[in-house]
Design a protein around this ligand. Structure first.
Ligand SMILES: Cc1cc2nc3c(=O)[nH]c(=O)nc-3n(C[C@H](O)[C@H](O)[C@H](O)COP(=O)(O)OP(=O)(O)OC[C@H]3O[C@@H](n4cnc5c(N)ncnc54)[C@H](O)[C@@H]3O)c2cc1C
Length: 389
């Protein structure tokens, strides 16, 4: 698939939205301006300056579905007109109290319940550190024993996971558990696998996220397969490359241990491909969402599906992109009949700032991403202008 049709890619964007996206990606393509923008936004938020309107106009509305569920459902329905499904995430970060964790659970439950009346929301998602303390996840991951109070806290985390999957199962939808940094991931993996054992007997309700920029993750996929064979459960996997490369490398260097991240982008790509191959070989057990903006990865999966005579809408194969990015991949796949999901973050403008900063960093640092977006947007604006004349 060529993913080159800008008409398809931007079929739901009007001219104003396209011009705004152009300006946004142009600014983001200069790391210096990203740094300055981050600084100004953080200062404004700290000083409680009334900048919500500006952030919303220039950045937020491009990458986020809205400030609440009502707003976001409009985007869900708009995407659905093009055969694109969605999953909503209340993207407020920095939870650090039992009340915050319960609030986070409640917001996930709300997104689950939105699926009851909207068939375009077949998945939900949560970030494990929204459900409990990062320190606890880290302790558990390094086998450091808990105090009595921490053991109680951990039990509450397990319960939040269980409540989420149990509600999802009763509604009949699946849930992605986001992947985080490698030093807290072992505890997340263990918990998610326990939940797979409990909830994935008939169909994959629980999805773990596997970051293929980690050099141990192919082995991890193999271990999931073995456990699934042994215990008879379906494996849900969101396969991504990974978003925390710089933090991982810096920490490894600082603490003098080998970095868990592949040395080069090429190695990460090879690992990602191996992951796709492996899951296709075991597609009766693995249900995959390929969370990527990489055209080669999407084409690799399309080739494998074709070679294996799988229908385009096979229930164990979906593709996912973030809202505001790589619309050419999303809408081309959807137009051809593949299952495609957009990840739709939402929440109060100021609270979503950390998510927006990650997107700006990603587009600024991943070579070519901004340029690819800029190239597509300018082609589409030109095409629309020529149509008029
Ligand atoms: C639907 C969806 C869900 C996601 N969920 C998560 C999640 O839960 N957790 C998470 O961590 N990320 C998540 N991500 C982000 C993802 O991990 C990537 O950061 C992002 O998608 C870019 O990778 P790519 O495959 O789209 O594109 P590409 O541009 O092909 O790859 C960029 C990625 O390659 C890797 N890379 C780049 N340079 C190097 C290098 N020098 N050496 C080694 N590796 C390198 C990095 O992982 C980088 O992000 C998600 C992405 C999507 C689309």
């Amino acid at each position: 698939m060529s993913f080159k049709s800008t008409k398809t890619a931007f079929s739901i964007k009007n001219n104003f939205e396209l011009k705004r996206a152009y300006l946004l990606f142009k600014l983001i393509s200069y790391p210096f301006l990203v740094g300055l923008g981050k600084f100004l936004i953080m200062i404004s938020v700290k000083l409680r300056l009334p900048v919500d309107g500006l952030i919303r106009l220039f950045v937020f509305d491009h990458f986020c579905a809205g400030i609440d569920e009502k707003d976001s459902i409009k985007i869900v329905n708009l995407l659905a007109t093009k055969n694109v499904k969605s999953y909503l995430h209340y993207s407020v970060e920095g939870a650090n109290s039992e009340k915050d964790y319960d609030d986070c659970l409640n917001s996930t439950i709300k997104t689950l319940e939105a699926s009851i009346i909207n068939l375009s929301l077949p998945f939900s998602v949560f970030k494990p550190t929204g459900y409990g303390s990062t320190i606890l996840f880290e302790k558990k991951s390094s086998n450091v024993s808990f105090t009595k109070g921490e053991s109680e806290e951990w039990k509450r985390i397990i319960e939040r996971f269980r409540v989420t999957f149990s509600r999802a199962k009763s509604i009949g939808i699946s849930v992605f558990v986001d992947a985080e940094e490698s030093w807290i991931q072992p505890a997340i993996d263990e918990l998610v696998e326990d939940m797979m054992l409990e909830f994935n007997k008939e169909r994959p309700i629980v999805f773990n996220t596997v970051q293929m920029y980690r050099n141990d993750r192919f082995e991890y996929l193999k271990s999931l397969n073995e456990k699934s064979l042994k215990h008879g459960f379906k494996v849900g996997v969101k396969l991504v490359r990974g978003a925390y490369m710089e933090i991982e490398r810096t920490r490894a260097l600082k603490n003098n241990y080998p970095s868990p991240i592949c040395d080069t982008k090429e190695e990460t790509d090879i690992q990602y491909d191996k992951g796709i191959d492996f899951m296709f070989k075991n597609i009766d057990r693995f249900c995959m969402l390929l969370g990527s903006h990489n055209e080669k990865s999407a084409n690799k999966a399309i080739d494998l599906a074709t070679k294996n005579f799988l229908p385009k809408d096979h229930q164990n194969l979906s593709f996912g992109q973030l809202y505001g990015m790589s619309d050419n991949i999303t809408f081309s796949l959807a137009e051809s009949g593949y299952r495609v999901l957009k990840y739709l973050p939402y929440g109060p403008v100021k609270e979503v700032v950390p998510y927006l900063i990650r997107r700006a960093n990603e587009n600024s640092s991943v070579s070519g991403q901004s340029n690819r977006e800029l190239d597509m947007i300018s082609k589409e604006l030109k095409r629309r202008k020529e149509l008029k004349t």
